[in-house]
Ligand binder design. Structure first.
Ligand SMILES: Nc1ncnc2c1ncn2[C@@H]1O[C@H](COP(=O)(O)OP(=O)(O)OP(=O)(O)O)[C@@H](O)[C@H]1O
Ligand SMILES: [Mg+2]
Length: 511
């Protein structure tokens, strides 16, 4: 029986130990007599001169020029040179195929028409391979958030079936080293993670950060050196009854703006992930059908998609420009001029998903009408955006919220009344003055009071944003603070929030 084994060039130069070990693992029995290993080396060395085929060994998954190394190590495409993958693998990394592409299209994918949340999930599965082509720093995830038995895991299974066997779904609990290995094997690809609710909040934050940031922790090895870090860039789709933000709040932490940008929460509608049952009697029956079919037909869609992309690679790649144009087109439909960079970054990831679904439709892999992918992703984006509730930077938004809450909480107790300087006020944060023409108080915050009220957000940035919104009375020459003579306190620098400005701000917010 013949075996094929790719050997790194450097192994032919040393003592032949690595070579003998590898061939031994493959079944070669080599006599222990000295000289035998040398003879083997000599033999191979001579044979090499007669063979002019070479293969390139690669030890990472994903794109290698025009070839793609699948999670299982299978290499797709690559016409200019033969590529052989020698990546770490494991049982979790198998991505087998089952059934057929047509079976998947008929039994699974076509039901996403008219079901935008399901369509969005499917589109995310195609987005990873496009990262390298059009959005190298766009890796990260999405979390589908909704109540129990609403079809979240069903959507995850369907999305996972694009790449391989969908059950059992990996969960957030498969954390630590195991997850790092899985993530590395999905480089340029796709990962699903079910059951956010079951993981410890501390861990959830770390995992979200690790997955989206694309590298493992550096660890020491036995020889005192450091093992090379695993690296990846991928798109992941998670689900849970909670949002990631709520999850982190369990630990008494707020989601950092960075985490929100990396893993936006997409709320699923109260009635569930499906809008249209097609010919099924109930949404539940559709969900059960989808799970069953996705477990019979899987793995073909990603391969078909990648093979087409590999092909496009070899033809000087006009595809890249086309994809960028499509991406810009999708973004035009959702972004408005004043939107903050954080919103734009999240929108960019949604755009990648839209373009991926659109491309898979054009390739005939997704049996959907034109425009289905774009509109499905727009609906998911809007669900995220509405839940977020504002178009600015989230830290600043929180800073303003914190400031207003501070005034509500301490407005009476920590601000003495104008004209009645009161040394009994403990921890004075400023002075309040009865507003003219409106009920309530105008607040004059001391710089320390202002800083505290901002609750950890950069006080200068909050002041700037408040001034831009008309909430803060501006000082001279564009300064945020102004110099005011306060009876009993003398002239002092303070930040002024007037009752009228606050009322206007709140009426705009409510609109
Ligand atoms: N939209 C829906 N409307 C009604 N029933 C549904 C819906 N989606 C799923 N189901 C039913 O719930 C079952 C479980 O679906 P699924 O595993 O997708 O739910 P889930 O949202 O992940 O729930 P959990 O949060 O408990 O994990 C399905 O087998 C089906 O019977
Ligand atoms: Mg579930």
């Amino acid at each position: 029986m013949s075996h094929e084994e790719a050997i790194p060039n450097e192994w032919l130069n040393g003592e032949g130990t690595d070579l003998a070990r590898r061939l031994g693992q493959g079944g070669l029995v080599l006599s222990p007599e000295p000289g035998k290993r040398k003879a083997l080396l000599r033999y191979l060395f001579q044979a090499l001169r007669k063979v002019n085929t070479r293969v390139r060994l690669v030890d990472t998954h994903g794109w290698h020029q025009g070839a793609f190394v699948m999670p299982s190590g299978l290499v797709l495409g690559g016409s200019s040179e033969r590529i052989h993958a020698v990546c770490d693998g494991g049982p979790a990394l198998q991505n087998e195929c089952s059934g057929s592409l047509e079976g998947w299209q008929e039994g699974v994918a076509r039901y996403a028409v008219g079901n935008p949340h399901l369509a969005f999930g499917i589109c995310t599965a195609f987005a990873g391979p496009l990262l390298d082509l059009i959005r190298p720093d766009g890796g990260g995830g999405f979390n589908l958030q909704g109540f129990s038995s609403k079809g979240k895991s069903t959507v995850l299974e369907v999305a996972a079936s694009v790449w391989g066997r969908p059950d059992p779904l990996p969960t957030w609990r498969a954390t630590g080293n195991g997850l790092e290995g899985i993530a590395a094997s999905r480089n340029d690809g796709f990962l699903v993670l079910d059951e956010l609710g079951q993981v410890d909040p501390k861990e959830a934050g770390q995992v979200a950060y690790m997955l989206a940031n694309g590298s493992s922790k550096a660890r020491g090895n036995r020889d005192g050196g450091t093992r090379p870090m695993k690296k990846w860039r991928l798109i992941f789709l998670s689900s849970g009854e909670q949002g990631l933000e709520d999850k982190l709040a369990e630990d008494g932490k707020r989601a950092k703006a960075g985490q929100e940008v990396r893993v936006p929460d997409i709320p699923c509608p109260e009635h569930g992930m499906f809008e249209c049952a097609h010919a099924f009697p109930t949404m539940g029956a559709l969900a059960e059908h989808l799970k069953r079919e996705a477990r019979s037909h899987y793995g073909h869609a990603a391969q078909a998609f990648l093979l087409e992309l590999c092909q496009a690679f070899s033809e000087d790649f006009p595809v890249r420009d086309q994809l960028r144009q499509r991406e810009a087109h999708w973004l035009e439909g959702v972004l408005q001029p004043g939107f903050d960079a954080q919103v734009r970054r999240v929108a960019g990831r949604f755009a990648l998903v839209a373009v991926a679904g659109d491309l898979a439709t054009r390739m005939g892999i997704l049996p959907w009408p034109e425009g289905e992918a774009f509109s499905a992703v727009r609906i998911s984006f809007q669900a995220w955006f509405e839940k977020r509730g504002f178009s600015g930077a989230s830290e600043i938004h929180r800073g303003i919220e914190s400031l207003l809450a501070f005034l509500d909480r301490h407005g009476l107790s920590r601000f003495d009344l104008w004209g009645e300087a009161d040394s009994k006020v403990i921890n004075r944060a400023g002075t309040r003055k009865r507003a003219e023409g409106i009920e309530g108080f105008d607040y004059y915050l001391t710089p320390e009071g202002w800083k505290e009220a901002c609750g950890g957000t950069d006080p200068k940035a909050v002041a700037k944003a408040c001034a831009a919104k008309g909430l803060l009375d501006p000082g001279h020459a564009g300064r945020s603070a102004q110099s005011v003579s306060i009876p009993g306190h003398g002239k002092a620098r303070c930040y002024v929030i007037r009752a009228i400005a606050r009322a206007q701000h709140e009426s705009i917010d409510a609109a």
